[in-house]
Design a protein around this ligand. Structure first.
Ligand SMILES: Nc1ncnc2c1ncn2[C@@H]1O[C@H](COP(=O)(O)OP(=O)(O)O)[C@@H](O)[C@H]1O
Ligand SMILES: [Mg+2]
Length: 362
C-alpha cells in the first residue's frame, strides 16, 4: 500500500517535472557565516558592506540577495574571482549549505522544505557532482569508481555495470575500466569523474571548478566533451569557473559574482556587448569577440532577398562567418533563418568592426 502510494507520488512528480523541466530557481538568497546569522541578516539586507559587517559584528557575508533562474536543460555558468561566493552558491543547490534567508526551488519543488529523507533522496537521485580534485576512490578502478552512485542506490549489479560502461565509453575511456586513478592523467581522471556523475542519471549536474585543475589543452578537450554530451543529455548544468573564456564557451547563461553579489547575468553575448560596470569591462576586454557574437546580432535588413552565394545560419559566430566570407572572395553574406529564408545581410567591414574591441575600452 505504502509502496503504491509512493509509486504514484513519484509518478506525479515525474510528470510535473516533465512538464516544467528540472530548472533551478534561486530567490532572495542570503548566506551569512558566523555564530548568529539571523541576528545580522537585516543589516545585510539594508546594504551594510561585507567589510563593515565583518569588522563590527564578526559575520562574513557569503551571499547577498541572489536571484537566478536557471532554465531546465541549460548550462548556467557562475563566474567570479576566488572568494566571490561561487562554491557557497553551488553548495546551496543541494543544501550542503543552509541559507540564512531566501528561497530555492528545483523542478518546482521547495528544497528548503524537504525533510531529511526527502533531502537524501533528492541529493542521490536528482543531483550529481563533479569536483575540481576529481575525488575518485584510490583503491577502486575506473569501473568501480563509476558504479559508485548506483551501488549506493542499491541497483542490481548488472544494471550498475551496464550504465557505467555506457558512460565510460561516452567519455572516451573504453578499455581503461580496470585502471586505478593513480595510473591515469588528470584529464582522464576527470573523465572518470564525469562518467561517475552521468551514471547517476540525475537531471542536475553540479560542477564546481571541475576543469580548473587541468592543463589548458586538456581543459579545452574536456569542455568539448561536455558540450558534445550536453547536446544529448540536456541536463541542467551549473558550472562554476573563474575563467571567462571557459564561461563564454560553456554557458548558455552566465552570472557574474563579486563579493557575494550577482553583478551581471545574461548570455555571454549580453555580457561582452554590454558589460554592466568597469569591473566586467576589464574582464571582457581580452575576449575574442568573434567567438562570442552571432551574425544576427549585427546583420542589416535583407528579408526577402534571394540568397547570395555565401550564406550562414543565424547563430553562426562572427569568426566562422568571416572565415567563410574570406574563403569565398565575396564581400557580403546572407543570414538564413531556420526555415532557410534570408533574414539579413552582413558585409566584411561590419564584421571586422564588431570583432574589434570598442575604442575607449579600459
Ligand atoms: N564556512 C565558512 N565560514 C566563514 N566564511 C566562509 C565560509 N565558507 C566561505 N566563507 C567565505 O565566503 C566567501 C565566499 O567563499 P567561496 O564561496 O568559497 O568563494 P569561491 O568559491 O568563489 O572562491 C569568502 O569570503 C569566504 O571566506
Ligand atoms: Mg570555490
Amino acid at each position: 500500500m505504502a509502496d503504491r502510494l509512493q509509486h504514484e507520488q513519484a509518478q506525479r512528480e515525474a510528470q510535473r517535472q516533465a512538464a516544467h523541466g528540472v530548472g533551478i530557481e534561486i530567490r532572495g538568497l542570503y548566506k551569512l557565516f558566523g555564530p548568529n546569522p539571523s541576528l545580522h541578516i537585516d543589516k545585510a539586507r539594508a546594504g551594510m558592506s561585507k567589510t563593515e559587517l565583518n569588522e563590527k559584528h564578526g559575520h562574513v557575508i557569503g551571499l547577498r540577495d541572489i536571484n537566478i533562474t536557471m532554465p531546465a536543460g541549460c548550462v548556467q555558468v557562475v563566474m567570479g574571482l576566488s572568494g566571490s561566493g561561487k562554491s557557497t552558491l553551488i553548495r546551496h543547490i543541494n543544501r550542503l549549505i543552509e541559507p540564512t534567508a531566501g528561497q530555492l526551488l528545483v523542478g518546482g519543488t521547495d528544497v528548503l522544505a524537504m525533510n531529511e529523507a526527502d533531502l537524501r533522496a533528492f541529493r542521490r537521485h536528482r543531483t550529481a557532482m563533479v569536483f575540481q580534485k576529481f575525488a575518485l576512490l584510490p583503491h577502486r578502478n575506473v569501473l568501480e569508481n563509476t558504479v559508485y552512485g548506483l551501488e549506493i542506490q542499491g541497483l542490481p549489479r548488472a544494471r550498475q555495470v551496464e550504465a557505467a560502461m555506457r558512460w565510460i565509453e561516452r567519455v572516451g575511456l573504453k578499455g581503461f575500466e580496470d585502471r586505478y586513478p593513480n595510473q591515469l592523467s588528470g584529464g582522464m581522471q576527470q573523465r572518470v569523474g564525469l562518467a561517475r556523475a552521468l551514471t547517476n542519471d540525475a537531471p542536475i549536474l553540479l560542477m564546481d571548478e571541475a576543469f580548473s585543475a587541468l592543463d589548458p589543452l586538456i581543459r579545452i578537450d574536456m569542455q568539448s566533451v561536455l558540450l558534445d554530451l550536453q547536446k544529448e543529455i540536456k541536463k541542467t548544468i551549473v558550472f562554476i569557473t573563474h575563467d571567462l573564456d571557459e564561461a563564454l564557451r560553456l554557458g548558455d547563461r552566465i552570472a557574474i559574482l563579486r563579493d557575494g553579489e550577482v553583478i551581471q547575468q545574461g548570455t555571454g553575448q549580453d555580457i561582452v556587448l554590454r558589460p554592466a560596470d568597469d569591473y566586467i569591462t576589464k574582464f571582457v576586454k581580452e575576449v575574442n569577440r568573434g567567438r562570442v557574437i552571432k551574425v544576427e546580432t549585427i546583420m542589416e535588413a535583407a528579408a526577402g532577398a534571394s540568397p547570395s552565394r555565401v550564406t550562414v545560419l543565424a547563430g553562426t559566430l562572427l569568426e566562422e562567418a568571416a572565415r567563410r566570407l574570406t574563403e569565398s572572395g565575396e564581400q557580403t553574406l546572407h543570414v538564413l533563418d531556420e526555415s532557410g529564408k534570408v533574414c539579413g545581410r552582413v558585409d566584411m567591414q561590419r564584421m571586422v568592426a564588431a570583432m574589434v574591441t570598442p575604442a575607449g575600452g579600459h
